[in-house]
Design a protein around this ligand. Structure first.
Ligand code: ADP
Ligand code: MG
Length: 614
């Protein structure tokens, strides 16, 4: 815009200079011509008056012409050069004007134009002197001087200069405005583009430049819009991918933390191996159990790490060698570096990818040392408790016969002659001694391993014998008894008849004692096939059932414990011995009972001959 304005100013100034110069020249020319014409005119009309020295006419002529606006003065000089008429200063009449302009004017024989000044005005003027001649004579009869002011001409020039200046201003204003508009038209879309580009640079991609002009700027704007659109869509997709990645990362890191926490809080030690047999991860518990620092284990081959218990790395490497995918449990002693020996249980299994490809081995180690110690303590306590019960039982059992024996021993010196005493003595003392003897035998049987002599024997007649022996007792108590032997002929188990007789006696006696108010005792035999793994194991089974008091459920576990009894005169050894005898036959004894309904003991003996020490 400034350049355009400058250009306009220069142009207008140039025009003004040229125009003014031309105009001035034309005007001056015109003024001069007019002055000459006016003076010649005055000279023409004044010739006769000059010849006749008619001053009045001369004065009238001068005054008439001097009335004109630009005529400052009219002076008419006579033949001698004296003032004949003066339009504004009549007092000079008859004098000779002595100033250089007047002298040159008076002396000139031709028309003379001089620049001069006049006291009445500040404007420059032209003094035009026209000599007056008569046709016939070369003599000069006078001179007419006219002072023409250059003021009006100057004012005209000033006016035109003003006009040009005004035009220049208008041109500058119009040119400036035009330049401004043009600049606007170019710069404002570019400014918008720049603004848009700056915003895009800041990351604000919602920039659209509303331009639909067909020129290069329109194309630029369209391209810019397309570019920001593309940027926006790609940024949106990048952002959504980023969000997705972020949430996946969150999930994974949560899972990792979760797994780490699970591993950390596990009381079992966890070891993993890569396919090369190097340890990849160990958890805190593994560090604690093995007594080795994690950094001493991770990344190292596991074999040389556990010199004290080679079976530990061996089991893990075995998984890799055999590509084992099913868990296996081993127990091992582990001498920890701090000197303590631990008892460990280790489960090993192959680690596999989802595809089933083996990628390593996993070992889960449990420290069972404490449990072992507890078990040992329990066993010791159990043994002590059992010993206590046993000691109490024995003391109780021996005390009764001993008391009566002691009484007899005390009475013996005084009453040994008394036949009544003698009779009682021979009845009771051997009986009591026999009781102690039997007790001692029972105890020995429980304590000592006894050799069974298993041989083919008729179990049914053995049962018959037991029932016969207790027939009277049962009848006396109102007990009915039945025996249902297995009707078909079947192989008989190998038994030790003496021991089996005692075991059966114990069961039958218990049944009788459980039915003080009478009832029904049933013995039933049969063959049952127990499945043992995938093969069938035939057993001879013998059920002894009563309709007695029954056994409370919480006592069922104690029945076979030595000295467990609920009876005032019981020893609690019967079932313990029976259990031992049945085990000695390689058999099993089970019990079912319902309170108030009755009890059934079932003895099963294998039909393959087994001899065992008990
Ligand atoms: P004891 O007969 O000397 O008490 P046992 O070892 O033979 O010792 O029996 C232990 C306990 O088992 C008995 O005191 C009794 O409480 C219970 N018992 C055994 N057999 C039966 C049965 N058939 N019915 C009810 N209780 C029984
Ligand atoms: Mg008994």
């Amino acid at each position: 815009m400034v350049a355009v304005c400058l250009l306009v100013v220069l142009l207008i100034s140039g025009i003004a200079v040229i125009v003014e110069r031309g105009e001035r020249r034309a005007l001056i020319d015109q003024v001069r011509k007019r002055a000459v014409a006016t003076a010649s005119n005055v000279a023409a009309v004044s010739t006769s008056a000059l010849l006749t020295y008619n001053y009045v006419t001369l004065e009238q002529n001068a005054a008439r012409v001097a009335r004109e606006e630009d005529v400052l003065y009219v002076i008419i000089l006579d033949r001698e050069g004296k003032v004949a008429a003066h339009s504004s200063r009549s007092e000079l009449q008859g004098t000779v004007m002595a100033d250089p302009v007047s002298r040159r004017a008076g002396a000139s024989r031709e028309i003379l134009v001089q620049a001069a000044t006049f006291s009445g005005t500040a404007d420059p003027l032209y003094d035009v002197a026209v000599p007056v001649y008569i046709k016939e004579s070369p003599e000069k009869w006078g001179t007419v001087r006219v002072g023409i002011s250059l003021g009006p001409m100057r004012r005209a020039i000033a006016r035109s200069r003003q006009g040009i200046a005004l035009m220049g201003l208008v041109a500058i204003a119009l040119g400036g405005a035009g330049a401004l508009l043009l600049a606007r038209r170019i710069t404002s879309p570019i400014a918008r583009l720049v603004h848009g580009a700056v915003e895009v640079g800041k990351g604000n991609l919602d920039q659209q430049i509303p331009l639909s002009t067909g020129d290069e700027i329109g194309t630029l704007a369209r391209t810019f819009n397309e570019m920001t659109n593309n940027l926006r869509t790609s940024r949106l997709s990048v952002e959504s991918a980023h969000r997705e990645l972020k949430s996946q990362y969150k999930e994974i890191s949560f899972l990792k933390d979760y797994n780490d926490n699970v591993l950390k809080s596990m009381t079992s030690g966890v070891l993993t191996l890569d396919l090369g047999g190097r340890i990849v991860t160990v958890n805190q518990a593994a560090v604690q159990i093995t007594g080795l620092a994690a950094e001493d284990m991770v990344g190292k081959p596991c074999e040389p790490l556990f010199p004290g218990s080679p079976e530990l790395p061996e089991a893990l490497l075995d998984v890799l060698r055999k590509e084992r995918r099913t868990p296996q449990v081993i127990h091992l002693r582990y001498p920890r570096p701090d000197g303590k020996t631990l008892f460990l249980e280790m489960t090993t299994v192959g680690l596999q990818e989802e595809t089933g490809k083996l990628i390593g081995a996993l070992g889960v180690i449990r420290d069972l040392t404490h449990e072992r110690e507890l078990e040992e303590q329990l066993r010791r306590a159990d043994r002590l408790a059992a010993l206590g019960t046993m000691a109490a039982g024995i003391a109780h059992e021996i005390k009764n016969p001993l008391t009566s024996l002691k009484t007899f021993a005390q009475l013996f010196p005084k009453r040994s002659g008394d036949p009544g005493f003698q009779k009682k003595f021979t009845e009771i003392v051997p009986h009591e001694l026999e009781r102690i003897h039997l007790l001692a035998e029972d105890l020995m049987e429980l304590a000592r391993p006894t050799q069974m002599h298993l041989r083919p024997a008729d179990v049914h007649s053995l049962i018959d014998r037991v029932l016969k022996t207790h027939e009277d007792m049962m009848k006396g108590q109102g007990i009915e008894f039945r025996f249902h032997p297995e009707p078909t002929s079947h192989p008989q188990p190998l038994v030790d008849p003496e021991y089996l007789y005692r075991a059966l006696t114990n069961l039958v006696l218990n049944a009788i004692q459980a039915m003080p108010a009478g009832g029904l005792l049933e013995i039933r035999t049969g063959v049952e096939a127990f499945t043992n793994g995938d093969r069938e194991d035939p057993h001879f089974v013998l059920h002894v059932r009563d309709t007695g008091t029954g056994i409370p459920g919480d006592k069922l576990g104690d029945l076979f414990t030595p000295f467990f009894t609920t009876k005032a005169k019981g020893t609690g050894l019967g079932l313990a011995i029976t259990h031992k005898i049945v085990e000695g036959h390689g058999g099993q004894i089970r019990v079912e009972s319902r309170m108030g309904m009755g009890t059934q003991f079932s003895v099963s003996l294998p039909l393959r001959g087994i001899s065992r020490r008990i």
